[in-house]
Design a protein around this ligand. Structure first.
Ligand code: SF4
Length: 227
């Protein structure tokens, strides 16, 4: 059963958050999720990109019924949408699909930052307005820009961001996937180590970084949700 929140996000000072992050450097993802759920109760949600469902599976074992937010940008691969449908069927979560309801256009080509803002980060940030905190599967080894990401920090509108998998490696993810047989987007097996919208995602070659296929050829490396 979900709990009522023990604290609101505004009761945690920046010093508190820094101390929590330091403490969680040696904690398991399970311990971090348990803390987050006990602290924020129904005022916490998960965001999911439907690449793998490791975090969704982990959180659903601790907080069945938790809200999981997924942005349908209108440009997802069919495999990503089918992964979202499978996640909704298999795990005890409330999947909340948010969308900007915009007609398809060429903004992804002319102004990808604006496209991400309208189709992904804007709808997700709007959906998170009703929560004090959110959990995401961001990992430090995904990009050099993510290498120093704290496990717990303050984001937009004072909302607390919790990254239980921040210290995980590809091997950690693979081991968890195999042990729990969690749902994985089939595009992984087709050479996409990082999966976004189809106009902005390509397969990677041997030796390339896992996110090299995201916005390839552009300086852009993030959709903006975690900035
Ligand atoms: S990843 Fe590409 S298509 Fe998707 S929202 Fe961002 S710019 Fe648009």
């Amino acid at each position: 059963m979900r709990t009522t929140p023990a604290v609101s996000s505004c009761e945690l000072s920046d010093t508190d958050l820094a101390e929590l992050s330091d403490r969680f450097e040696d904690a398991s993802a399970l311990t971090i999720v348990e803390w987050a759920v006990a602290t924020f109760g129904d005022r916490i949600a998960v965001t999911a990109s439907m690449a793998d469902s490791v975090l969704v599976h982990l959180v659903s074992t601790i907080a069945p019924g938790i809200d999981v937010v997924f942005a349908d940008t209108g440009y997802h691969f069919p495999e990503t949408l089918s992964t979202a449908a499978a996640v909704r069927r298999r795990y005890p979560i409330e999947l909340k699909v948010v969308s900007s309801v915009l007609p398809l256009d060429d903004l992804w080509r002319t102004d990808p930052d604006a496209c991400c803002a309208r189709r992904k980060t804007g709808p997700i940030n709007d959906a998170l307005l009703g929560y004090d905190a959110w959990l995401s599967g961001l990992r430090r080894d995904e990009a050099h820009t993510r290498a120093t990401t704290p496990i717990v920090s303050r984001g937009r509108q004072d909302r607390i961001k919790v990254y239980p998998l921040a210290r995980w490696t590809d091997a950690d993810v693979a081991e968890y996937v195999a042990r729990h047989d969690v749902i994985v987007n089939p595009l992984f097996a087709l050479g996409y180590p990082s999966i976004g919208c189809w106009p902005c995602t390509r397969t990677t070659d041997t030796g390339e970084h896992s996110r090299a296929g995201r916005w390839a050829g552009l300086a852009k490396t993030e959709c903006g949700l975690h900035l």
